[in-house]
Design a protein around this ligand. Sequence first.
Ligand code: PLP
Length: 393
Amino acid sequence: MSSIMPTYNRLPLSFVRGHGAWLYEANDTAYLDALTGIAVTGLGHCHPAVSRAIADQASQLVHCSNIYHIPVQEALAERLCAVAGMNSVFFCNSGAEANEAAIKLARLYGHQQGIESPAIIVLEHAFHGRTLAALTATGNATIQVGFGPLVPGFVRIPVNNIDALDEAIQKHPNIVAVLAEPVQGEGGVRRLEDAFAKALRDRCTTHNLLLMFDEVQSGNGRTGSYFAYQQLGFEPDVVTTAKGLGNGMPIGACLAKNAAAKVLSAGNHGSTYGGNPLACAAANAVVNTIEEQALAARAPIIRSLILDSMLSALRNPNPIEAITGQGLMIGLAMPDACPEIVTLAVKNQLLLNVTSSKVIRLLPALTLSDDEAVLIGERLAATIDHYTQRDAG
Ligand SMILES: Cc1ncc(COP(=O)(O)O)c(C=O)c1O
């Protein structure tokens, strides 16, 4: 029996090294990685600029705490705020922690305006993490079971329903913010409809609420711009990110603009590790690489290469009901629950996953070559064909 708590259903695979789009077992079998550690290694495994930054920083200073000024953290803050169009940032260690910071910021914003019991609007099918407040904000009852009492102060509405949004704001005068993923990831790889996203911005502005986007999964170049909201034509008041920000080094960030940037002050929030020199050195290398090489622009190109190669290799009729998502958040909605797809893909030496039980999800790297993108499409088609044949036979 393993000494590790059994919180994960693991595949019978283990990797000892990675390079670019490839992961290798100890016997050197190579797998094409279309999942990138769940949207984390967006620059590919062991990107040389990131590995060099980590090695250099590790030989200088790994940790000193936020009791002191950390120049590499300040450099990252400045760069990230400039890229995001935000004014200030709080650094932490994960996506859930970034959302906890946003939730605390929103509550304090409410209290500062005399709202005793502030509440936040969240969406059905949302995923915001596994800590208690983030879990409560998450719209998936299955993963909340057994962890009650959950945290009060959340009002849930259906996705893309502007009437429900207006009704919630009218019914709950204590609403202080809306928290939403511009492209839902775990909940089925779905973009918010433009009209709904715009309504979120309009209502937040009109009612003095904070619009908080969770870009933990969609950020860092993945959807075709550094943050997905940059294609919507407006900014949120708060944006959270993590995953791709460190390319594997644990780091999270909660960025804020205008009034929201001034809510938290000394003693309000903190993290021992948050923004430590090692994590910030890695993240600086990530942000600089994405920006200098204009990698976000590759996302729609790679998406088309993968999907075109898959569609031309798939036998017809194929079972895919819808192709969803944006850039390198790719969802293939299947007619029924299809957990077997994951192990069939492994047989084709392709790594992907299935979310919301029937959506095949690909989150490949922004650094894929054209040939690697085409190969992912071919292996994906072979996997889906195997799955369809299995069903038939
Ligand atoms: C949109 C979103 N928010 C938050 C999280 C939680 O991030 P972490 O696992 O780093 O806490 C995830 C993780 O999948 C996510 O996709």
